[in-house]
Ligand binder design. Structure first.
Ligand SMILES: Cc1cc2nc3c(=O)[nH]c(=O)nc-3n(C[C@H](O)[C@H](O)[C@H](O)COP(=O)(O)OP(=O)(O)OC[C@H]3O[C@@H](n4cnc5c(N)ncnc54)[C@H](O)[C@@H]3O)c2cc1C
Length: 319
């Protein structure tokens, strides 16, 4: 399709798209592609508006293409008349960036086995067009037994690892897939316990919507509780009347237990959503400190930071 310029001459739209895209896509990956989408979206919108006006004699349709979360592919699917050379399209996509998944198993339990706990990202697309499925999580969800997956092991920096002494008590906070690495810690402790090693008690804070739907590792949590290595505190956001909606509420509800564990030298581990959950957990812990010590707000806020410096407060958070 040709695009009419204001001077009346006709230029191929992909030339404009190509130039603009090249200028925008300096750093490949979804975060960088999104701004490029805005540019391409405007170009495509311009072309589409003219097609639409030419055909129907009306303005552009009801939904603006500049809306956030539109993908280039989505725009091209929506405006079939717009052509974009494959090479330019691929250049805009850039290489697929690696996704990270925490190892959810303990090598001491099985040195030849790595378990992952992956949440499938799937739902109505924020662009308003159809369903959105996460690139990697959907790929993992489609795997069949025997399929080969390539990956590598990355040691996080700063490290996120349990203390060397198995007798050290732990406070493990991991709602949803945040339980991933913490399950590995618990499996390690369970193996040590089974081998006769004395292990410290873990206060485990898990959360999900409903215990019948998305409570990961529920049976294991109960087994570890019965074995005496863990005390599990739950938060269920979709269960009316449950004492805790989110893990931060469960922490507040177990303030005495949490404080005692900290007094006993517990190490605290937080994993999962870094945008809302992790700051809320930090705030809940600071509130306990304030309540137990009578300190002022500022001192209470600084206390988790001090624990962090001492490596007794470790976070593995993702958006
Ligand atoms: C250190 C670390 C450890 C991690 N550990 C785990 C783990 O153990 N388990 C786990 O499940 N995940 C874990 N993650 C997250 C994981 O790496 C991936 O980010 C996650 O699985 C999503 O990847 P994806 O390829 O499926 O989705 P992507 O294709 O990358 O999609 C995600 C992007 O889509 C956007 N998006 C979300 N919903 C929509 C929508 N409805 N419409 C349009 N856009 C949308 C998001 O804002 C985001 O930018 C970890 C991340 C880090 C950094």
């Amino acid at each position: 399709m040709g695009r009419s310029s204001s001077s009346g001459s006709t230029t191929p739209p992909h030339d404009s798209v190509s130039r603009r895209a090249r200028a925008r896509v300096a750093d490949p990956g979804p975060a960088a592609v999104r701004p490029a989408v805005g540019r391409v979206g405007r170009v495509v919108a311009g072309a589409a508006r003219e097609v639409h006006a030419g055909v129907a004699g009306q303005g552009f349709g009801a939904r603006p293409v500049s809306r956030a979360w539109s993908s280039v592919l989505g725009l091209l699917e929506r405006f079939e008349a717009v052509e974009l050379p494959l090479a330019v399209f691929l250049e805009m996509m850039g290489p697929i960036r690696p996704r990270f998944y925490s190892i959810s198993s303990a090598p001491s339990a099985n040195p030849r086995h790595v378990r992952l706990t992956v949440g499938l990202l799937e739902g109505p697309a924020l662009s308003g067009d159809g369903q959105y499925r996460g690139t990697c999580s959907a790929c993992i969800a489609a795997l069949e037994p025997g399929d080969v997956v390539y990956g590598y092991v990355r040691v996080p920096s700063p490290t996120f690892a349990p203390p060397a002494d198995p007798a050290t008590p732990l406070i493990l906070i991991g709602p949803g897939t945040g339980i991933a690495p913490l399950r590995g810690f618990l499996e390690e402790r369970a193996t040590q316990h089974a081998n006769g090693t004395q292990v410290g008690l873990s206060q485990v804070f898990v959360g999900c919507r409903h215990p019948e739907h998305d409570y990961f590792y529920r049976q294991e949590m109960q087994d570890w509780e019965q074995a005496g290595i863990a005390q599990v505190h739950t938060a269920f956001s979709a269960v009316t009347g449950h004492p805790a909606r989110f893990v931060q509420n469960a922490i507040a509800g177990a303030a005495d237990t949490v404080w005692q564990a900290i007094q006993d030298g517990a190490y605290i581990y937080v994993c999962g959503d870094g945008r809302r959950m992790a700051p809320a957990v930090r705030e809940a812990l600071a509130a306990i400190y304030r309540q137990k010590t009578g300190s002022d707000d500022e001192t209470a806020q600084q206390w988790p930071a001090q624990l962090e410096t001492d490596e007794r407060y470790q976070q593995d958070v993702f958006a």
